[in-house]
Design a protein around this ligand. Structure first.
Ligand SMILES: Nc1ncnc2c1ncn2[C@@H]1O[C@H](COP(=O)(O)OP(=O)(O)O)[C@@H](O)[C@H]1O
Ligand SMILES: [Mg+2]
Length: 508
């Protein structure tokens, strides 16, 4: 008897339907083969499925078992196919009878030797894909059920064991539907780990961070050790605008593929802040591999990617970040197809001004020979730095002075201004599905960043003096747009552009 079941596999964030066909033959007794471009984990399903069937009080058929995962040209990864393969074998060997409405059901999960279901990564995008395709029931390991239930349009049934799934299919005992964890905007909260008010002085840096948060602009801080760069980056994540429910789902889908979702708290309630060490590999930062996995830049989607000690990062890795920083998406190409991981992030980076760290410091003298300073800075390429709209110096404030400075504004106050500027942008880009000024394409810059003749002149002379690239020119205008939005001004004025220019990197 031939068995046919449905499941889904992931290609990046996209779920693709997979048909599982199981057939038994008398010839070649005892053989068990799986075809359909499965990786090693798919091939090893044979051992898991065999033991799980035996240990669930079923008989493992002593015939030739062939399993086909269709479509044949789509690469399949991981242990998620164990459960549907086992059900197919049980049906094909006449031990259970799959009902007619099996075509409305999706099965997935890894099997342990004892027949228990083990959780798998990528549940949320899979459940979302199943709902889009009109499936009705979604059978998954119990630990994945609350995550899958975030998708309202499908009935999620979380099972502990293979036996439980069989009992449901045979209508002996129904697996209850997992209720949706219910998600409303009130659950989503801003980060509050480091308050802005703890930063004393450094008004220039705080202003730049506020602009970066308001318009989604990338920022690089340069300053000696102990000047508070790491602290500023952490405080930055607390002034970002409120997270929306669709954004929370986008973030959770990416985290789901990386296996970072907590079963008890399946939805991301805050914007990500990911601090990456410079020893991390290119794939870990940008994404890729087999199966394609999101890198840190995608795990920071809708939040912050913090790269401390920027010149210490592998240059090649920084260069591969250029394209996602521009497009907000990482493209991973494989022979089996191309997949995309969203990466709309704000990059916050920090560096020392020189190897010893004290170049330009008011008290401590720099001990670096000039050529080593040059070499240190040249690790960052022009095209990479071009993608950073705000370059700021963070001077060290002597300890005695630090204590005499009063506390600044708290995160709540700054965030309120950032939110107002974001609301203006949301209205502006309603039809373009953009959220921030930083995302504007050149035609949009032309449309929304109109300046008067005097301002135009300032821009022109800055472009010559600073040897600006075309990108640099447009980026100044986008930044000026954000500065005007923070001031609730409809028109970009000379002051806004002048402020934007002073944040631009100066090519020496
Ligand atoms: N402007 C400041 N306001 C308050 N604390 C500061 C400031 N600058 C430095 N500090 C203190 O110095 C510590 C070291 O700062 P850190 O962010 O690690 O510096 P960096 O990353 O630049 O080396 C911080 O934890 C903080 O306590
Ligand atoms: Mg630091």
């Amino acid at each position: 008897m031939l068995a046919r079941l449905k499941t889904l596999t992931l290609l990046g964030l996209d779920a693709e339907e997979v048909s599982i066909e199981v057939d038994l033959h008398r010839s070649g007794m005892g053989r068990f083969s799986i075809v359909g471009l499965g990786d090693a984990a798919v091939q090893e399903a044979r051992e898991r499925v065999k033991s799980a069937i035996k240990n669930s009080n079923f008989r493992f058929p002593g015939m030739h078992i062939s399993v086909n995962l269709a479509p044949a040209d789509l690469k399949k990864y991981g242990p998620r196919f164990d459960v549907p393969i086992a059900l197919g074998i049980l049906h094909a060997s006449g031990q259970i009878r799959l009902p007619k409405n099996i075509i409305d059901m999706v099965f997935l999960g890894e099997l342990g030797f004892g027949g228990e279901l083990r959780p798998i990564p990528g549940i949320l995008p899979t459940a979302s894909g199943a709902a889009e395709r009109g499936f009705k029931d979604f059978f998954c390991p119990i630990e994945n059920a609350s995550e899958a239930a975030l998708i309202d349009e499908i009935s999620v049934r979380g099972a502990h064991t293979l036996r439980e799934v069989c009992d449901h299919v045979l209508q002996i005992h129904k697996i209850p539907e997992t209720p949706s964890p219910g998600l409303d905007a009130s659950q989503l909260s801003p980060r509050n780990d480091y308050d802005f008010s703890h930063i004393r002085g450094n008004e220039h840096a705080k202003r730049a961070l506020e602009i970066a948060a308001a318009g989604g602009h990338n920022l690089l801080m340069s300053g000696p050790p102990g000047s508070g760069k790491t602290m500023l980056a952490q405080a930055f994540s607390t002034i970002l605008p409120r997270l929306t429910v669709p954004e929370a789902l986008e973030i959770t889908k990416i985290h789901s593929i990386a296996g970072l979702v907590d079963a008890k708290q399946p939805i991301a309630l805050q914007r990500p802040f990911r601090s990456v060490h410079h020893t991390a590999s290119g794939v870990a930062i940008v994404g890729g591999g087999n199966p394609p996995r999101p890198g840190e830049i995608s795990l920071s989607h809708r939040g912050v990617l913090f790269l401390d000690e920027l010149p210490e990062f592998d240059q090649k890795t920084l260069e591969t970040l250029r394209q996602p920083l521009e497009d907000g998406v990482v493209t991973v190409s494989r022979s089996s197809g191309t997949c995309l991981f969203p990466a709309k992030i704000i990059l916050i980076a920090a560096m020392n001004p020189c190897p010893c760290g004290f170049f330009g410091d008011s008290e401590k003298e720099c001990t670096c020979p000039p050529h080593s300073i040059l070499r240190y800075r040249s690790k960052l390429s022009g095209p990479f730095l071009d993608r950073v709209d705000l370059h700021i110096q963070v001077p060290r404030i002597p300890f005695e002075k630090l204590t005499s400075l009063s506390r600044g504004e708290d995160s709540l106050t700054v965030r309120a201004r950032v939110q107002r500027a974001r609301d203006i942008q949301e209205q502006r880009f309603e039809k373009q599905y953009l959220k921030t000024n930083a995302e504007m394409s050149s035609p949009l810059v032309k449309k929304y960043c109109v300046v008067d003749e005097q301002t135009q002149q300032l821009l022109r002379s800055a472009a010559t003096q600073m040897n600006l690239s075309g990108r640099g020119y447009y980026r100044i205008l986008k930044l000026a747009r954000t500065i005007a939005d923070l001031a609730s001004e409809e028109n970009i004025s000379l002051n806004h552009v002048a402020e934007a220019i002073q944040y631009r990197e100066r090519k020496e």
